[in-house]
Design a protein around this ligand. Sequence first.
Ligand code: SF4
Ligand code: SF4
Length: 422
Amino acid sequence: MAVPHRAPFSPGTMENAFLPLNAYVPLGDCDGPHEARPVVSEGGEVREGQLIARSSGKGSANVHSPIPGIVRRITRMRMPGGRERGIIVVSLEGSFSVLGKRPERYLWKSLNKTDIMHIVQEKGIVSVGQRMPLHDLLAAKSSPGGFPLVVNALEMDAWRRAEEEILRSRPLDVTDGCAIVARVAQSGPVILAVDPDFPQASIDSMLASFKETGIEAVAERFRRRFPQDMRHQLEEALAPVLKDGPRPLILEPSTLVALHDAVVSNKAHIEQYVYMGGGALKRQDILKARIGTPIGDLVEECGGFVGPPERIIVNGPFRGHSAGSLDVPVTKTTRAVLALTRHETMTAATRHCVRCGQCVRSCPEGLSPHLLYKLLAAGRTAQARAEGLGSCTLCGACAYSCWSRLPLVESFSGDRAEGNLG
Ligand code: SF4
Ligand code: SF4
């Protein structure tokens, strides 16, 4: 793809997107097949923030209505990446219990660990980066504690900028989110992982507020390269800081802010910060959108298209997926919508694999991407699985490093989209 080293972005206010007339609320936002079970029926009224589907166990999170209204349908929809998901369609109607109200502020420090974990589970918080319920992540980490908490404000590609902007604009809420994690999971020092251009003044004020809360914190600037926000790449890059200590918990500013809003303001996970960009879009922006908002509504809010987009990608070119239509809804793991021009999607000519081994050296999972590619091209999926295809995280590092510009990730993600990996 023809990308600038980093798409220019003017920081501004992160505005609330208009409310959707119909919200298409997915029952599953996490990786894996698990979906929440609806607890409402078609035709029923729902309040803003009301529980509409309950977690079916590990790997699924509670789902709440992002708007007040009527449950029109409970159906299924094909999501970017090819997986079908259960959807509850809510039509806007009635009065608001969250919007326009002054946010509540609870004195969370008087809550014990069990109470906080209950809130995290009840409010359905999902880690946007790890695509898992935050409750599951915290529960897995709560013993023995002392592990570093990495606040990951790095981005996956040259366009996305939401995490960095959240860290810059809501630093105290991120700090509170870290303090809540420290309370429930006994995490140790905080490491702020930021871009080389992240403003030093913001870092200084965050480090000062961590000091006030008694949390040890450092900032680490990362050399800019893409993709760079994946767990393995981050751990590898932080190895000199982490030494032989426990593995860190990595959370993004948006997840920490959602945690803060749940515990401090009693708010369910019904909103998501979405970066809107790409050369085919009239105006780039970061919008705070209600879950279930069709991405077409967000495109309209950004002034529409300047010309026909060649491709619309949800969550970026490295690990994202093409959206089949503008009706695709915002989910708890939507971070970006890119409307790309023909120039931006231009793919260069490919050559045969020269067996240089560069993809093997760059794969954080220790796979042999050239071999997987060859096996899939020959239709030998079972053998590719035996060679570790199921461990591929679709990080894109192999394709990025391939001299022959082979479409390695497309080939691996195509297999996932067909459901071959379950
Ligand atoms: S996309 Fe998959 S095979 Fe390629 S580097 Fe990432 S994990 Fe390895
Ligand atoms: S980097 Fe590309 S050319 Fe080199 S071995 Fe891997 S697939 Fe083949």
